[in-house]
Design a protein around this ligand. Sequence first.
Ligand code: FES
Ligand SMILES: [Fe+2]
Length: 396
Amino acid sequence: MDRKTEIRLIKEVLALKDKGETQYHESTQTHPIERYVSDDWFKLEKERLFLNKPMFLGVANEVPNVGDYQAVEWINGLSLLMVRGADNQIRVFANACRHRSARLVENGQSGCKKRFSCPYHAWTYNTEGELVGAPEFESGFSDLDKKKLGLVEFNTRVVNGAVFIHLNPDEQVPENVVSPETASGFKYLDLEKQRVYKRRSYILKSNWKILSEGGIEAYHYNVAHRNTLAPFFLGNLSTWESWGGRDMRMILPKKPMLEAKNMPEEQWDMRQFANVFYTMAPTMALLAQPDNISIIKMVPLSPGETRLEEVLLVDAPKDGSDDWSEDELKMHETNYNLVHKILSEDWVLGETIQANMESGAVKEIHFGRFESALTWFHDQYEKELGLTDNKVAKIG
Ligand code: FES
Ligand SMILES: [Fe+2]
């Protein structure tokens, strides 16, 4: 986000606040609940979205040094191995040995290695995924070519510190995987320099869309987050922009934004005035707060189940050393726990919504005019799935 955009967005919020308005859609929107609960919808999402569109995987600094790796449970039962190779390039492999498909590294495990040795028969791969060793290979596999037995690699692209992957091996991640505005947002957030403070992962009994929806409206702040967010935010006021693709940016203004009017423009700082949220569902949600960025990855496992991963990114130690000072550690730990506490308020609701939807208690849900980003989210979602009208009938 450039300076001009930052100023424009702050002015936009102030004008809405003056008028007592927020960003409205022209009408409410009503959706049947099938898309949250049905296996057919989930299958369609898998075919047309998760497996056939580029996805955000994480930030390059999750594996900052040569040999760093991270194994993650991903969509469709896939286990992915993200590795920074000896050439400093990030590669993403299927975490599956080419002998008889054992998993090389346990999901959730990370560290630094020069070699990945399979726990079954010790076929061994380097950080570029090449098979570099296999016991008794010459006698047992003399008719196979070692060079053709490297790990299965997925196409990836790193955009200003954000890593995207395409799970369809025939497809590249396009240069414009996100809009120029989001790409410039990654720069604005300085993703290339951010460091991982801590991460946690857990499974929720909720459809990924319910969880995503909670991130793109502020209508619930005064109620669901009455003791956590509400005292600091401007209630049901938010603005958002999208640029024709799946990515969008949302501004969630805080009370200090009102001080802007009494400050010279050159002192305006969006990071102090608002939380800035960049998202490309389901796996990318970057919530920028004044002292950190929370990544919230939603990995859909089934219609009613989503694996959540929270990663807290923070600045490098201020004193230039490798370790954060005690004060910095204290601040990061507090923020890490606070973010989780606030998200948990959403997740409890997400799980009850899912259970109610599965029970068939309500047949449809409604998005208000001020929940306008939800309307955009579903319009975009339908576009991605190739649906234009009569959505339920089309997949039934
Ligand atoms: S399955 Fe990996 S070495 Fe046999
Ligand atoms: Fe929330």
